[in-house]
Design a protein around this ligand. Sequence first.
Ligand code: MSP
Length: 523
Amino acid sequence: MPAGESFYITTPIFYVNDVPHIGHAYTEVASDVLARWHRQRGDDTWLLTGTDEHGQKILRTATSHDVTPKEWADKLVEESWIPLLETVNIRNDDFIRTTDARHETGVQLFLQKLYDDGLIYQGEFEGFYCVGCEEYKQASDLVDGTGPFEGQQVCAIHSKPVELLKESNYFFRMSDFEQPLLDLYESQPDFIQPESVRNEIVQFVKQGLRDLSISRASFDWGIKVPWDDKHVVYVWFDALLNYVTAVGYGVDDENFDRRWPATHIVGKDIARFHAVIWPAMLMAAGLPVPKHVFGHGWLLVGGEKMSKSKLTGIAPQQITETFGVDAFRYYFMRAITFGQDGNFSWEDISARYQAELANGFGNLASRIIAMITRYFDGTVPVIGDLTEADLAIRETELRVTADADAAIDRFAINEAVSTVWELVDALNGYITEQEPWVLAKNEATRDRLATVLGTALRGLGTLTVLLSPFIPDAAHKLWESIGQGELTSQNIDRAAEWSAAPAVVPLPSTLFPRIEQPEVATA
Ligand code: MSP
């Protein structure tokens, strides 16, 4: 993607029935890393996140706590979901709540248009509903229950029984879009990623699409259907529209045209809503479909999908309080192939923290800065004649920059980090081989010492720019010691062109301090 293009990226909007766990934080961090990278590449970037507040699930939770659903949502948004953004250092440009007036207006406009165009009709429906998913289930989505639900059919995702609902509702003519959707998947093969999610969705649509019930009359926690206020809009129909209402659908055409279409990052469990219902809705309204829908894998704990309801949930703070925010971000982006499931373990994060962040990167940075301070009083050494080893470092800087940039375009976030890490390893190897401490002992090798430390510093600056989307705080701290200008205005796709300050300043503290046997890590 050439620099300067619009890059509008969204996270799913989160249900406010419960507090965030690390699965939610994972989606946020991945989207934030992509947004930060694009922003630093000069793309016209916009990161949207927010909360999904209507529907039966929230209503039931609020009722069980003896408060109104709006009171419940306000409390959770303020005490849990907005703080999550700070906990994992998300630089979002907007935060939408489905109870915002701007959203409600947009949803009603959209719905009215589809109604006026004959794409919505009234009908009867009977089916099995999972409140956890907020979705009618087909027989193939159900499995045999176990434990207290033995003998019953339960939702495969939530392991809880489904409810038989019979309603007179409004329906969206989704079946009209079966062929247009298949044509879309065919003509834009990268519309749904990764391949495994794409295949599943193509198979699903090929089996035939039913019209979608898009209103509910049995409860009133939702946006009113504009032509019939006895009905509220189905929560998914309402929620998906956040992606357009947040950028001015129907009220600010200029902003809408500037941002839309978006790239959606979602968990694979909700990819179907985003890659089937959502593009069908957009086609029906004559709007462009999203650029991409990327369905990432699940975080597993002890081999099971982590979730609060199954009591395997881990709060992000449990990790950030021990290892810090940067380590949280780095770990999940590096250790898990984006697009596949990945197991979380305290042992693994502990080991990677020590080996990669503290010993591999943190040590490298402090050694280079300490040696320049010691041997050159902090003045940036002047690079002289280059040997093959120096040139190899230069080439590695350029190669990893290009490869990581290409990996980001393919959503291969973990590959981008491991590519950048080749530079960490190369610089560590270079310093071990060049032995600047030996060169420093002899006045005759002073020029060579300057070249070695100057080359190492150049590499370190390039690393700082490339790592800033992943570990923003450590990168910022390091930049304060070595760089000139704002770190976030350094072009990431030309990272090696960074400008050093005339003199380096010692780091105020170790970037990744040693963690003495964290209690949680051995728990
Ligand atoms: N409200 C809907 C999304 C509407 S988007 C128009 C929703 N909310 S959610 O809070 O249940 O989930 C939000 C996201 O968190 C989903 O993408 C889901 O896949 C993700 N995760 C929930 N548990 C997860 C893991 N254990 N691992 C990784 N992601 C997980 O669905």
